[in-house]
Ligand binder design. Structure first.
Ligand SMILES: Cc1cc2nc3c(=O)[nH]c(=O)nc-3n(C[C@H](O)[C@H](O)[C@H](O)COP(=O)(O)O)c2cc1C
Ligand SMILES: [Fe+2]
Ligand SMILES: [Fe+2]
Length: 395
């Protein structure tokens, strides 16, 4: 598959994993992208997961024929991209490895060699000329590992963006590479958001800084390490990344995330939703944290402007899936949101207090004035509190 006349896609699709990185469901598979830049000198951009080494080496051979690669550029050392480095090097021992100093240190740990004899250590701003193409390396420190480098090809105006702009899901590698509009509408955003907040979300400050830096480049195509190559409407994706990296809500809307043991907290959550809908607020999403995919719930919390948390008091604390959910948000610097609390308890409900405490380190969290306290089951008083909360949520 051609990215440009000189750049070919040589990645692989993984349909065998059920969980990516042990946490993220990938019902549509996962792509480990890799690219070849054909020029006087040939550069390979990253490798693939260990299960697909042979397929990837075949892809290289199919593109190169009798030619041999000159450089292997290792942008990111996470094993989904670096696991085939040794196999590649054994097949092509005359190749020079190009990576950051930190990446070579990691190679020492992973492979037992830092390739001292066959390497170019790159720093931010360094360039590598392969003939017609000049590749500029851009440090992407902590997006989302410390060794990460992105690469800008000024000739074809391509940004190789490492994990940034990636998503879950396999890619169609048979067509000319371009973003399918249907995929954009149906699938890209949700799976890219879940990927971003799951894997990169903690590092918004670093992503912002990088976006400022790359905004000065003339970029026509973005080649990420996962998901489709982006070649149309790039400003749309860059704007989304700016919103996400800035922890700003993407949409005005409400996520009601809840847990319930016996069903009474759930009843309250559903009643609140009905009240909101009857008041004309239609962008309301419910997530039962006991049953739902937690990574989707986390992504939704970052998508919407308001978050309602409803949970049961459990051993003088919060019911465990709610605790996990809030931990996931706090770890990813959840901020700039309105948050409402609903608690339930049969003797001393403390869930609201405990939930509120967990957000202490988060910036710009505006807790709504109305909280709802349920003593086992909804009664007139708690229903009145729910109504007041619904009014406050509609603003
Ligand atoms: C294991 C366990 C521990 C609980 N701990 C507390 C508690 O510390 N304080 C309290 O007020 N209620 C406690 N409860 C009671 C529940 O919070 C209460 O029954 C609540 O109404 C359940 O709401 P639900 O119908 O949505 O599940 C506990 C319940 C269970 C099952
Ligand atoms: Fe990664
Ligand atoms: Fe990755």
């Amino acid at each position: 598959m051609n990215v440009t006349s000189d750049i070919k896609y040589i990645g692989v699709n993984d349909y065998s994993k059920d969980l990516f990185e042990g946490l993220y469901k990938v019902p549509d598979g996962m792509a480990y992208n890799s690219y070849v830049i054909l020029d006087e000198k040939i550069a390979i951009m990253d490798t693939v997961d260990v299960e697909f080494t042979n397929q990837w080496l075949d892809n290289i051979e199919n593109v190169l024929g009798d030619r041999k690669p000159d450089y292997l550029i290792v942008q990111h050392m996470e094993p989904d991209h670096s696991a085939s480095v040794m196999s590649f090097f054994n097949r092509y021992p005359d190749t020079t490895l190009v990576a950051s100093f930190k990446a070579f240190e990691m190679m020492g740990n992973y492979f037992g060699t830092e390739f001292e004899e066959r390497r170019i250590v790159i720093n931010d701003g360094d360039k590598l000329v392969t003939g017609r193409h000049e590749l500029e390396f851009i440090s992407a420190f902590m997006i989302h590992w410390p060794e990460v480098m992105m690469t800008y090809d000024s000739r074809d105006k391509v940004l190789f963006s490492a994990d940034a702009f990636g998503k879950f899901g396999a890619v169609n590698t048979t067509d000319e590479i371009k973003l399918d509009k249907i995929e954009l509408e149906k699938n890209w955003i949700d799976e890219a958001r879940r990927y971003y907040f799951g894997i990169v979300g903690k590092y918004g400050t670093q992503v912002k800084r990088l976006l400022d830096r790359v905004s000065q480049l003339d970029i026509r195509i973005i080649c990420p390490l996962h998901g489709v190559v982006l070649s149309e409407n790039l400003q749309y994706f860059i704007n989304l990344y700016n919103t996400w990296a800035g922890y700003e809500p993407e949409e005005k809307g409400i996520l009601i995330a809840y847990t319930s043991v016996y069903g009474n907290t759930e009843k309250a959550a559903l009643m609140l939703k009905d009240m909101l809908v009857s008041k004309g607020c239609t962008n309301v999403v419910m997530k039962n944290l006991i049953r739902c995919d937690m990574t989707e719930a986390v992504a939704d919390a970052f998508k919407y402007s308001q978050l309602v948390l409803a949970t049961t008091t459990y051993n003088a604390d919060i019911f465990p899936p709610m605790r996990e959910f809030i931990n996931d948000l706090v770890q990813r610097n959840f901020s700039n949101r309105r948050v409402a609390l609903i608690e339930n308890g049969s003797w001393v409900p403390v869930a609201s207090k405990k939930m509120r405490e967990k957000f202490e380190k988060c910036k710009n969290i505006d807790f709504l004035d109305n909280t709802v306290k349920i003593l086992s089951v909804l009664n007139e008083e708690s229903v009145t509190q729910l109504k007041k909360l619904a009014d406050e949520l509609i603003y």
